[in-house]
Ligand binder design. Structure first.
Ligand code: HXC
Ligand code: NAP
Length: 309
């Protein structure tokens, strides 16, 4: 067994009703599939009904559990309320909200129109608070406990050029996660977030690494563990956080990125480009051991390797 296997015990999410926004594709689909395998009743919602219907049928066939697809633009509060009422009609209640839907693209910020900025902020930040507010009001009015999980990114706290509307929105979602974790705990509502590093999905990678960019900027290179994420390992973490096993975790953001963002942050982390020869030469110089010729050879060979990289 490893990170490509499901982690939780069978029935860990039995009869939990979970709304997954953007659940028709990518990471949302993978998380919804695993929740369903674990016995949950799933609602997936996004704009494209055909995609949702296909995904719902696929998940349901694999797990044997009911999956309800509902078309919804998360930017529209009325549509969000409709998803909640239809979910309750169909399944009797909603127990968990997974805010996963997002929109994003790369661009120098000064080239963006104000409408482009609005579009990403409206999907990511407004979409998340629309769902959070509507579900939260319903839980509080019905004296029902609940659990909210938000998918953010590591640039929610570092910021990032070229995806500024997304970074600003995700930072807002992070602030909301922590704020509500405290404010709504008295109602039995928990609020947590996951910050994934690079996980291959068609939706994200076609927009963020279009065309040749994928070849030039292989995301795995930036990850200390040397690879991108597997959907199952994210699904494992998400399943734990939406389950009752994590009842004492509240207001937390868990990063799952193989150490990627810290590699960018640490002052001297670029020294992992220094080859052994150069470290040997520096050590010989410091300890005053070995011949000068050997030291010079190591030094030049080391520099040559750095240049090649
Ligand atoms: C500049 C752009 C643009 C681009 C759209 N716009 N794409 N501007 N560069 N690449 C502008 C348009 O010109 C328009 O402004 C405005 O944005 C709205 O565009 P529409 O196409 O009408 O918007 P809409 O149909 O609502 O589609 C939303 C979308 C689209 C965000 C533009 O890409 C989408 O549907 N995305 C959903 C899925 C997604 O993005 N998944 C990736 C999530 S990845 P004007 O002024 O012309 O009217 C993610 C990962 C983060 O978040 C971390 C990775 C490590
Ligand atoms: P994805 O497949 O493109 O997922 C985005 C989903 O959001 C789609 O299913 C899309 O469906 C839905 N969506 C977009 N706009 C919507 C709207 N207005 N209303 C309702 N739904 C909408 O990309 P992904 O990579 O799986 O991303 C999932 C989440 O992970 C996002 O929050 C993203 O920021 C986060 N993330 C991803 C990565 C990564 O490497 N993949 C890294 C960090 C964080 P429709 O088009 O049908 O609406």
């Amino acid at each position: 067994m490893d990170y490509t296997s499901g982690m939780l015990k069978d029935d860990a999410l039995k009869d939990k009703v979970i709304i997954v926004t953007g659940g028709g594709t990518g990471l949302g689909k993978s998380m919804a599939s695993y929740f369903s395998e674990l016995g949950a009743k799933i609602v997936i919602c996004s704009r494209k009904m055909e995609v949702l219907e296909e995904t719902a049928a696929e998940i349901s066939e694999n797990s044997g559990n009911d999956v309800l697809p509902i078309s919804c633009d998360v930017r529209e509060y009325g549509q969000v309320e409709e998803v909640i009422s239809r979910s309750k009609e169909h399944f009797g209640a909603v127990h968990v909200l997974l805010n996963n839907a997002a929109g994003n693209f790369i661009s120098p910020t000064e080239r963006l129109s104000h409408r482009a900025f609005d579009t990403v902020i409206d999907i990511v930040l407004r979409g998340t608070y629309n769902f959070t507010l509507a579900v939260g009001k319903d839980w509080i009015a019905n004296k029902q406990s609940g659990n909210i999980l938000n998918i953010i990114t590591t640039y929610s706290w570092t910021g990032s050029g070229y995806v500024v509307p997304s970074a600003a929105s995700k930072a807002g979602v992070l602030a909301m996660t922590r704020s509500l974790a405290v404010e709504w705990a008295k109602y039995g509502i928990r609020s947590n977030a996951i910050a994934p590093g690079p996980f291959p999905t068609e939706g994200a990678w076609s927009r963020l690494l279009p065309g040749n960019l994928k070849k030039k900027f292989d995301p795995a290179i930036k990850v200390p563990v040397g690879r991108v994420g597997e959907h199952q390992e994210l699904a494992n973490l998400a399943a734990y956080l939406v389950s009752d096993f994590s009842a004492y975790i509240n207001g937390e953001v868990i990063t799952i990125d193989g150490g990627e963002w810290l590699k960018g942050a640490g002052e001297f982390n670029m020294l992992d480009q220094v080859p052994d020869e150069l470290w040997d030469a520096m050590e010989m110089s410091r300890k005053k051991t070995g011949s000068k010729l050997k030291m010079l050879w190591l030094y030049l060979n080391g520099l040559r390797k750095i240049k090649k990289k």
